[in-house]
Design a protein around this ligand. Structure first.
Ligand code: GLY
Length: 425
């Protein structure tokens, strides 16, 4: 079969890498892809947001399965556009993608499903929201309702920061329409864990849990990023916590969506916090996590493609996923300056050597080929170096050994990825 992977980051490279291993797949296309994905399939120069061109391409090439990586095209209705043309697409429709596209919608579904989550109030104007801050006490979590490229959530430690976050949404319109509605949410304390599940409209099939690192600096310092590393499984999450996530969060959420007549097909990502009272939902996303996917998929022994087809055909109960016992650690290698200003176009060396190390796979996140065929940096997050090991210690050592083989100007990475997993904390 012919498969098209939409997107160009480390998550999409990991998906393409896993999909390309399937004996069911004869031809792989990536749109637009990156230098790493170009080694697995044919990259086509269509952007992930260009839904019409992607659908026309899939129709022309008779693509059997399209897998959508990022949230923006899902929220914009790529699945609907493909389905209208009779094309198979792995990812929820525009209505179902509101689970990520509207924090208010997701909260309503959670309340309906009785899913544990922080309490929240919803506002559509600055004055009413500011009044909520005046009568409350910090910390507050201020969330823009719509998609804001990962920048729409502020944990405000004092009233002033909360007013600033509200001003950014309502008065400065920093997130456009996405900030016309704002949630002020209860602050929850605990470790964050991501549990993703396949959903076929009715049934779920959860994946192995993962934890990611959002801050740019060691010991969780500095500004938030798109993710600086990840690991799987998650030692701090007990088997009982995992069971509760599946039975008290994922299953009731899928059922509540089905009860609303929403046929959710694809991945549903629960961003969780392990509180004293048990796991609670911070947010839902409607796609694979980045960089969690880069640590989860190397541990998946089973073929992912039959599971994706089962999602589309409502056959998930027929699928069983086998997982490797090994741990996986992913270190994100970034351009110096990220998430602020950074330069691109620097040649990257050592990729072949790093990839040849035992247990290691190097996923590209922001790379492109130069005119001489060399691999160049092309984004803030450049590479995701994943390594499997018998335990976290070994996986970590392998990942960092590989990172040390790689070099480019201004290269930056965190040195403490998975340290807490090594400590079992
Ligand atoms: N790792 C966070 C996300 O994918 O949204």
């Amino acid at each position: 079969m012919k498969v098209l992977v939409v997107g160009s980051g480390g998550r999409e490279h990991a998906l393409a890498w896993k999909i390309a291993q399937s004996p069911l797949v004869d031809k792989l296309f990536c749109a637009p892809g990156n230098a790493g994905m170009a080694e697995l399939g044919t990259c086509v120069g269509i952007k992930a947001e260009d839904i019409e061109s992607l659908a026309a391409f899939a129709e022309r090439e008779r693509i059997d399965l399209t897998v959508v990586g990022p949230e923006a095209p899902l929220v914009a209705g790529i699945a609907d556009a493909f389905e209208e043309r009779g094309l198979s697409v792995f990812g929820p429709t525009r209505e179902a993608a509101l689970m990520e596209g509207s924090k208010h919608f997701a909260k309503q579904v959670m309340l309906e499903a009785g899913v544990p989550t922080g309490s929240a109030e919803v506002f559509t104007d600055y004055d009413a929201a500011a009044e909520c801050v005046r009568r409350g006490s910090p910390p507050y979590v201020v969330k823009a309702d719509g998609l804001a490229a990962g920048k729409g959530v502020v944990v405000a430690q004092d009233d002033r920061a909360a007013y600033e976050a509200l001003k950014a949404c309502f008065l400065d319109k920093r997130f456009g329409e996405a900030g016309n509605k704002v949630l002020i949410e209860e602050f929850l304390e605990g470790q964050e864990v991501s549990v993703l599940t396949l959903v076929d409209g009715e049934h779920i099939l959860p994946l192995a849990p993962a934890q990611d690192y959002k801050r740019v600096g060691d010991d969780d310092t500095g500004p938030n990023t798109g993710g600086m590393g990840s690991y799987s499984p998650v030692p701090v999450m007990s088997a009982e916590d995992y069971r509760r996530v599946v039975e008290e969060i994922l299953r009731p959420t899928a059922k509540a969506l089905a009860g609303r007549g929403i046929h959710y097909r694809g991945i549903l990502y629960a961003g969780l916090i392990l509180t004293q009272e048990g796991p609670k939902v911070l947010e839902f996303n409607v796609r694979f996590g980045d960089p969690e996917t880069q640590a989860v998929l190397p541990r998946l022994e089973s073929d992912l493609v039959p599971a994706m087809l089962a999602v589309l055909e409502g056959r998930l109960p027929e699928v069983e996923l086998r997982w490797r016992d090994e741990a996986c650690v992913t270190v994100v290698v970034a351009s110096g300056g990220y998430p602020g200003d950074y330069k691109t176009g620097y040649p990257i060396t050592g990729l072949g050597e790093a990839s040849s190390l035992e247990g290691v796979v190097v996923f590209h996140a922001g790379t492109r080929r130069g005119e001489g065929g060399e691999v160049l940096t092309a984004g803030g997050r450049v590479l995701n170096v994943s390594a499997l090991g018998r335990d976290f210690q070994e996986a970590r050592e392998r990942a960092y050994r590989a990172v040390e083989r790689i070099n480019f100007t201004d290269m930056y990475y965190r040195k403490d990825i998975a340290m807490r997993a090594v400590r079992g904390a």
